[in-house]
Design a protein around this ligand. Structure first.
Ligand code: 2YC
Length: 268
């Protein structure tokens, strides 16, 4: 799984990329709108401030990422949740959250990032949240995906979830990965096509969900392509940015927002 750097997320707490206005222009939805749609809910302006969230910094493995807990906290506050970062880290922080009787705990180590609902024990992980958030964003930007050819690049945790989700949305999904065996395994599991040549695949589709830490030269991009691309690091050259109808990206927010809303959907 790709590990964020503090540089990747330095603009998140203050929303420096102004994600909502960019998403509105490309998809017609805000982060909150995509998160509710990803959670299978109608956004009727529900007040989320009655839900208390604790974000617990985790020091295991490669340790905390500067700004990660503050970014997650800011993201869920922007959705309307009553959120805070615990004073303690790890088990101490988790124990603090439980003693504080919060509704949801959000925490990430080097392998998983989860939202845990303390009321019903449900958990939503970031791979799922990111996959469905970026699939929903692609569907809105494309004006529907029924019967449409969609390419998923990357057969990892996010890509594998995205293949299943896009197939269930009625898309005609193909999957590719630089490790062919990974793409074949995902294609086999979800009954979709596998494409061996990643670059050729990229140049053959108008609708792409890029779940790989990969960038592609603009010369390979189809004119008017819609690229829904959670992958980090993120880069498209000037030609790619000009040819694309939309390039949907953020380093953390959409996946985190879906996790939080999905985690409390049964309490709404
Ligand atoms: O600051 C902390 O609590 C760290 N333990 C957080 C480590 C997150 C590692 N995962 C990632 O960087 C990415 C995120 C988008 C979530 C999943 N992978």
């Amino acid at each position: 799984m790709t590990r964020l750097t503090s540089d990747d997320i330095k603009g998140v707490p203050q929303d420096e990329m102004d994600l909502d206005s960019r998403l509105l222009s490309m998809t017609g939805k805000t982060v909150r709108g995509i998160a509710f749609e990803g959670a299978g809910l109608e956004d009727t302006g529900q007040d989320l401030s009655r839900f208390r969230v604790a974000v617990v910094p985790i020091t295991s493995g490669l340790g905390v990422i500067g700004g990660f807990a503050a970014s997650v906290d800011a993201i869920v506050r922007r959705l309307g949740f009553d959120s805070h970062v615990t004073a303690g880290t790890d088990v101490k922080g988790f124990a603090e959250a439980v003693a504080d009787d919060v509704d949801m705990v959000m925490m990430a180590d080097d392998d998983m990032f989860i939202a845990y609902n303390t009321r019903n024990g449900e958990q939503t992980d970031n791979a799922y949240g990111t996959a469905i958030g970026y699939a929903v964003a692609l569907r809105n930007a494309a004006g529907g995906l029924e019967g449409r050819d969609v390419l998923v690049i990357g057969a990892g945790f996010v890509g594998g979830n995205a293949v299943r989700i896009l197939r269930d949305m009625g898309a005609n999904v193909s999957v590719t990965d630089i490790v062919l065996a990974k793409a074949e395994a995902v294609a086999e599991r979800h009954g979709v096509a596998v494409l061996e040549d990643v670059n050729h695949a990229f140049s053959s589709f108008d609708l792409i969900l890029n779940a790989a830490p990969a960038s592609f030269p603009g010369e390979l991009m189809r004119e008017g392509a819609v690229i829904s691309t959670p992958g980090v690091p993120h880069y498209f050259d000037e030609e790619g940015r000009r040819k694309a109808r939309a390039i949907i990206h953020d380093p953390l927010e959409i996946g985190t927002a879906v996790m939080a809303v999905n985690s409390i959907r049964r309490l709404l």
